[in-house]
Design a protein around this ligand. Sequence first.
Ligand SMILES: [Zn+2]
Length: 157
Amino acid sequence: MTARVGMGFDVHPFVDDPERTLVLGGVALSGERPLAGHSDADVVAHAVADAVLGAAGLGDLGEHFPDTDPAWRGADSMRLLASSVELVRAEGWAVANVDCSVVLEAPRLKAHRRAMQERLSEVVGAPVSVKAKRAEGLGSLGRGEGIACWAVALLER
Ligand SMILES: [Zn+2]
C-alpha cells in the first residue's frame, strides 16, 4: 500500500455584509460575522480540499475552481470539496482521514464542532476531525480580523 500526505491552508477576512452567512465546514452559523470571499468563503472546506488535492499532487482548489470564474461566485464550498475528492479518487486514491486546526478568536466552535465533523466526513468519505485554537491576541487572527484553517489529509492506494 502507498500512502501520501497533503497539507492545506486557507484564510479569509471578516466582512460586515448582511447578505453573507458565516459557513464553516459546511455548517451555516447564522448571526455570526461572515467571511469575505468569492464563494461562500468556507475556510475549512477550502483548507481540506487543498490538503486532499495536494496529497494527490493535483495542485490546489484555485487551479480547479478559479475565483475569477463567475461560475463559482457564491459557490457552496462543500460542492467544491466533493469535486476535489472526486478528482483524487479518479487517480485511484482513497482518503484515509483529515485533521483540521481552525484558528479564530470568535465565534466559539465548541457547539458546532460535531456538526462540522459529520458534514465534512460525509463529503470526504473518511473521518475528518476539527479542532479550534485561538491566536492568543497575536497578529491579525488574534485581533479577530479573520479565520484561518490548516488541514492535513492522508491518502492511500
Ligand atoms: Zn478560501
